[in-house]
Design a protein around this ligand. Structure first.
Ligand code: NDP
Length: 339
């Protein structure tokens, strides 16, 4: 008898945030394994802000998820059956696949997932799959911070942002974060070593950022877009770098693009370099970046929070936490128990 799997499908394009009928969970029989296939039991699913972009009607950086298709995400799981000599049963594998508890794949795009001695699987997967390399590449390769620079990061208490500020400190910079609650700001300054943090929900962002950056801004790492980006552009120093990593405040908008930034003229006035990037273009740099990140994690130089939601059935609702600020750290779903 074939095994029944549960899998989320993209059912209807949302008008804004994920709605009740945007994604639907279905049960379906798994196909028999063909030569080269593996059957995987999913352990963790990474929920990423870009998941909402994949189901938008925008022209994006990769093939979107079309209505009617299974929802896609980064997963780590355990091979339970194999007709592929490269993946014995028991091997941990990671890759981009469907939001499912079990799935059969020809293993294209899948790699063995290397545990890091001394780190739990959830930490290694949660931080080293997307968030860590994004912070590393975005800040160090794109932002090019120099000791003494002031680095500002938005969504600073999130998975990427919290790492960006700590990497800035490791490189001898002043780190200033912008985040959406007093508790998140307190975590940044009191526990992660940020020099200052602005609560954008409670304080006038431009005024506070000006106070927190008395020598201006050299690197602005943007995760959000909107008011904070304009505040950053306003305070940039000559020849500063603006790293455009994400624009999460716009991901739930449909149709016409959100207006702004209004301080775009400072790209000329301050001779700025503004550069966007997509981490998937830099997979060749993963071995170097993840080795460095893992070392800093083990040494306690990079700290982080994991926000783990239990149960595949809760994945769709959990995704909205990213757009409300309800997540505290790297958002992921525990789908199967580790053995
Ligand atoms: P986070 O853990 O940072 O969670 C998202 C956070 O964004 C929320 O907690 C919330 O924090 C903040 N936020 C959401 N909506 C708004 C809004 N309207 N205004 C202000 N803040 C908002 O998620 P990630 O670390 O996974 O992602 C952070 C950013 O990095 C995203 O923009 C994402 O697209 C981008 N990214 C880009 C990659 C690339 O290759 N370019 C790869 C991976 C991520 P708060 O409580 O502070 O409001």
């Amino acid at each position: 008898m074939s095994r029944i799997a549960r899998r989320w499908y993209f059912n209807a394009r949302p008008k804004a945030t994920i709605e009740g009928d945007t994604l639907v969970l279905r049960e379906e029989p798994l196909p028999a394994l063909r030569e080269g296939d593996i059957l995987v039991r999913t352990l963790y699913l990474s929920l990423d802000a870009t998941n909402r972009v994949w189901i938008s009607d925008w022209d994006i950086y990769m093939e979107p998820v079309h209505v009617g298709e299974p929802m896609r995400g980064f997963v780590v799981g355990e091979v339970v059956q194999s007709r592929n000599p490269a993946f014995a049963p028991g091997t941990l594998v990671a890759g981009l696949h469907t939001w499912s508890d079990y799935f059969v794949t020809d293993a294209q795009g899948f790699q063995s997932f290397a545990r890091v001695a001394g780190l739990p699987l959830a930490d290694t997967f949660g931080i080293l799959t997307v968030a860590g390399p994004t912070a590393h590449y975005g800040l160090l390769s794109v932002g090019q911070p120099k000791p003494g620079d002031t680095v500002v990061v938005t969504a600073a208490a999130g998975a990427v942002g919290s790492l960006v500020g700590q990497l800035a400190k490791l490189k001898g910079c002043r780190a200033v974060g912008i985040a959406g609650s007093r508790e998140k700001c307190r975590w940044l300054t009191d526990e992660l070593g940020f020099d200052a943090a602005v609560n954008y929900r409670a304080e006038p962002v431009l005024e506070c950022l000006r106070r927190c950056c008395p020598n201006g801004i050299d690197v602005h790492f943007e995760n959000v877009g909107g008011e904070a980006l304009d505040a950053g552009l306003t305070l940039m120093n000559n020849f500063g770098r603006v790293v455009v990593c994400g624009l999460i405040s716009t991901y739930n908008s449909t149709g016409t693009a959100a207006p702004g930034p209004y301080m775009f003229r400072n790209v000329i006035m301050r001779r700025l370099t503004v550069r966007g990037f997509v981490i998937l273009d830099h997979l060749d740099e993963y071995p170097r970046m993840t080795a460095e990140l893992a070392q800093w994690m083990l040494e306690g130089k990079l700290r982080y929070r994991l926000h783990i939601v239990d149960g595949l059935e809760n994945a769709a609702e959990a995704l909205n936490l990213l757009y409300t600020g309800g997540n505290e750290g790297k958002l992921m779903v525990r789908i199967g128990a580790e053995r």
